[in-house]
Design a protein around this ligand. Structure first.
Ligand code: ATP
Length: 267
């Protein structure tokens, strides 16, 4: 797994006091293409942050960088108080267990049942007795609104929405503090997407999660996000929906006042 080992940067703004993720001066580049150029971001404890931006602006790269799947060119990333560039492998492994990730596809292993998929992180990172693992699995399955019978099914036997829920159950297996979601409602019909939004909001509130959600879905932004982070000009602008509606940046205006946003009851 790629990890950041770059130098800390001096003279940067301090992190917000209640930030669970704090990013300063992040630069990501691939060859001559600069994706992020001095990006700063604080994600507050207990918020649902929606991350939007045009295609190719680096939403997924940002998520992947925070969780250590992409090594940044420069910058400082502090997650749950830990500087990710200054950690031993053991500390890094411990930190990874404090977040869960749901990728767009659900990323379930097709040869394993739903229960076995959910049990993977439990078996990898804990030494819980078998009976307890089974109990936790059943609890997570019910938490995400899947029927108990789903436990024995293979991913190919599930609908798109059920696969997402199973992926979410796996992301929640280790009781994370932060949930990373990459386009969670992509591929779902509007009713399924809205139900998934509600589920995320309910879980966030009942479990006290901080949610970092990359999305294109204006309905989701409107329905469940406390704040919105927009990737523009290789940096990030953060604010409430009201802030975004008042912003004069051309892309932000177009996005939040365009026809799709009016359809979502926003612009
Ligand atoms: N491993 C990589 N090697 C080279 N270029 C990459 C790599 N990963 C991402 N990129 C480039 O970085 C840019 C940002 O990619 P990213 O997937 O983060 O965009 P995005 O904002 O999530 O886009 P979309 O909304 O279309 O999914 C793109 O131009 C992409 O081609």
């Amino acid at each position: 797994m790629a990890r950041a080992h770059n130098k800390q940067q001096p003279d940067v703004a301090p992190a917000e006091a209640n930030a669970v993720i704090s990013i300063r001066g992040l630069i990501n580049r691939f060859g001559r293409q600069i994706v992020h150029d001095g990006l700063d971001l604080d994600v507050r404890k207990g918020e649902v942050l929606g991350v939007v931006g045009g295609s190719g602006t680096g939403k997924s790269v940002l998520l992947r960088t925070i969780i250590g799947l992409n090594r940044p060119y420069a910058g400082r990333i502090v997650v749950l108080g830990e500087d990710t560039a200054a950690m031993s492998e053991r500390e890094w492994e411990a930190l990874q267990q404090r977040w869960g990730v749901l990728f767009q596809s659900g990323a379930l292993i097709s040869s394993l049942t739903v229960a076995e998929n959910i049990q993977l992180p439990l078996k990898e990172h804990t030494r819980l007795p078998r009976k307890f693992v089974d109990e936790v699995t059943a609890l997570k399955i019910s938490l995400v609104g899947l029927p108990a019978e789903a436990a024995g099914k293979y991913p190919s036997e599930l609908s798109g929405g059920m696969k997402k829920r199973a992926g979410l159950a796996r992301a929640l297996a280790l009781d994370p503090e932060i949930l990373f979601l990459d386009e969670p409602t992509a591929g779902l019909d509007p009713i399924g997407a809205s139900a998934f939004d509600t589920l995320i909001r309910d879980l966030q509130q009942s479990l006290g999660l901080t949610v970092f959600m990359v999305t294109h879905d204006l309905d989701s932004l409107h329905a469940i996000c406390d704040r919105i982070a927009v990737l523009v000009d290789k940096k990030i602008k953060v604010g409430t929906m009201a802030d975004m509606l008042a912003d004069s940046h051309p892309w932000i205006r177009e996005y939040f006042h365009g026809p799709r946003s009016r359809a979502a009851g926003i612009g």
